[in-house]
Write a protein that binds this ligand. Structure first.
Ligand SMILES: Nc1ncnc2c1ncn2[C@@H]1O[C@H](COP(=O)(O)OP(=O)(O)OP(=O)(O)O)[C@@H](O)[C@H]1O
Ligand SMILES: [Mg+2]
Length: 276
């Protein structure tokens, strides 16, 4: 078996994502130590009935709930302006949550800063400005590992094995890369902290269908190592096809929730959000 936990077999479109592999070095820490210390028995990461907005502005989120468990890909879809990015930012602590809570592995982290959430194991790739364009690819990955004091080279090799093009372009400025390659830098940067949960806001934004499929395959590969993935996607049909769990958000509220398959088959969801 390969040393790289992402390398055994390519991802596919199978929605039934299971953990078939041994524990790799990028396996989330909580899985190494046997049973987790969860106290509430709830999801591994949850933004629970969150209400809030930006600064002193109006509420954008209204009792919005999103969650993900180990080995799962949870996908958030919905129209432009629905509050998908806002919900992700709320979970990451970039927004004042006026009511509701955010819990990670049973611990209430609602009041933690984003930096402290990274220390707790959250990896977040925002929708925009998610790389340092004037720095090289490798410097971007090094920046990603800023909280670590141990040797980061092994993780960097794993990221390069996952995204071989990044190894090729490691000394090139990230701003010179294509859209799809930049997204790989952004995801790779987040993986450098060895997160326990990965949050991606539109990882396939602005890329061609072929590159989108390729990125989804890589995301499935990462998920199979046991790392829970919570992501927002504009390509709703394709994303729900790989989702264990899906959320349709409308005007800051949960409109529909179900397995990816259930949502894809729901006539209402199809008509209103998936183009029929
Ligand atoms: N920094 C901000 N300050 C104030 N309002 C904001 C800010 N960012 C977003 N909003 C508002 O919050 C609402 C939801 O925006 P959000 O970016 O969360 O939507 P989205 O579902 O991610 O949309 P898209 O599909 O276009 O990415 C919008 O009305 C938007 O104008
Ligand atoms: Mg958005």
């Amino acid at each position: 078996m390969s040393d790289n936990p992402y390398q055994d077999g390519r991802g596919n479109k199978d929605a039934s994502i299971t953990n078939t592999k041994g524990m790799g070095t990028m396996t989330p820490a909580h899985r190494k130590s046997g049973p987790t210390t969860k106290v509430d028995g709830g999801p591994f990461l949850i933004g629970d009935t969150m209400t809030g907005g930006y600064g002193k502005g109006p509420d954008i989120l209204h009792d919005c709930t999103i969650a993900v468990n180990p080995g799962e890909i949870a996908v958030i879809v919905g129209p432009n302006g629905a509050g998908k990015s806002t919900a992700m930012k709320a979970v990451f602590g970039m927004l004042d949550v006026r009511s509701g809570s955010v819990r990670l592995d049973g611990e209430d982290i609602t009041r933690l800063t984003p930096q402290d959430r990274v220390v707790k194991g959250m990896g977040f790739v925002p929708q925009t400005n998610n790389i340092f364009t004037s720095m090289t690819v490798e410097e971007n990955l090094e920046m990603g590992a800023f909280i670590r004091r141990d040797d980061i080279r092994e993780t960097m090799e794993q990221v390069y094995d996952l995204f071989p093009i990044l190894r090729e372009k490691r000394y090139q400025a990230a701003g010179e890369l294509s859209g799809g390659q930049r997204q790989q830098v952004a995801v790779g940067r987040a993986l450098m902290t060895k997160p326990k949960v990965l949050m991606l806001d539109e990882p396939t934004a602005g890329v061609s269908p072929i590159v989108m499929d390729e990125l989804f395959d890589r995301i499935i590969e990462v998920s199979r190592t046991g790392l829970p993935i919570l992501m927002v996607e504009q390509n709703a049909k394709q994303a729900l096809a790989i989702a264990d769990k899906g959320y349709v958000l409308v005007q800051g509220r949960n409109a529909f929730t179900g397995t990816g398959k259930e949502l894809l088959e729901d006539p209402e969801v199809r008509k209103s959000f998936l183009g029929g």
